[in-house]
Design a protein around this ligand. Structure first.
Ligand code: C5J
Length: 225
């Protein structure tokens, strides 16, 4: 059964059993004080603003039986999957693989690479370790979605203009309807957050739809009733 979710540029009809919640890179190093993001001079409070609304959506998605997928950006400890062109960038003392405040920066298995406790995955929720910004690039996300018959993605996480936008564009080209929950996404740069959302919904929804946690909760709670 299809249910209508409030969104821009227009409401969207979704079938919840063909819909997954994807949570992009809510990792300690990006969000927590004392992590890599803060070490680069960013105000991590901007990212933390997404945690509470997203926590509510995650609980409702779990209760409604939606597929929930988490992603983490990071690399193998030997950096064999990290393009030199990516590693070379950034402050010389804070590059991928260097020691950071919460372990080696963006390295799988390090404390800073893991997901914040408030949104921690539970059994049965796939965690996609991605080497790039997009969640489809060099991962098995697409085959997971196809096997579960997923057609719509409720997209959340950080940062709006980088990994969220890249994933939405990848998904859109693969035929998925993406509904991005604006208050469940965040950026260190408010203007990039705003423009990142505008770019998605512009021109009749050129990459997808933009909605919010209240609209998602309304739909998810109807599914439970
Ligand atoms: C993400 C980044 N997750 N900003 N990474 O957006 O480098």
């Amino acid at each position: 059964m299809k249910t209508l979710m409030e969104a821009e540029p227009e409401p969207i009809a979704v079938e919840l059993d063909r819909t997954a919640l994807i949570i992009i890179d809510m990792q300690r190093d990006f969000l927590e004080p004392g992590g890599f993001g803060e070490a680069l001079g960013n105000d991590v409070k901007r990212l933390q603003a997404a945690v509470e609304p997203l926590k509510a959506v995650l609980a409702a998605a779990r209760a409604a039986g939606l597929m929930v997928i988490h992603t983490r950006e990071g690399h193998r400890p030997d950096l064999s999957d990290a393009p030199p062109a990516k590693v070379e960038r950034g402050a010389p003392s804070a590059r991928i693989g260097d020691p950071g405040p919460m372990g080696r920066i963006l390295i799988r298995g390090e404390p800073g690479h893991d997901i914040v406790p408030a949104l921690y995955p539970i059994d049965g929720e796939p965690v996609i370790d991605k080497p790039g910004k997009g969640a489809f690039y060099q991962t098995d996300l697409e085959s997971m979605l196809r096997h579960r018959g997923i057609e719509n993605l409720i997209v959340t996480g950080v940062t709006t203009e980088v990994c969220v936008n890249t994933t939405v564009r990848e998904a859109n080209d693969r035929g998925y309807r993406c509904i991005v929950l604006g208050d469940c996404c965040a950026s260190y740069f408010p203007e990039f957050h705003e423009m990142g959302l505008k770019m998605i919904k512009a021109q009749g929804g050129i990459f997808g739809w933009v909605s919010d946690s209240a609209s998602a909760l309304a739909v998810l709670s109807r599914a439970r009733a």
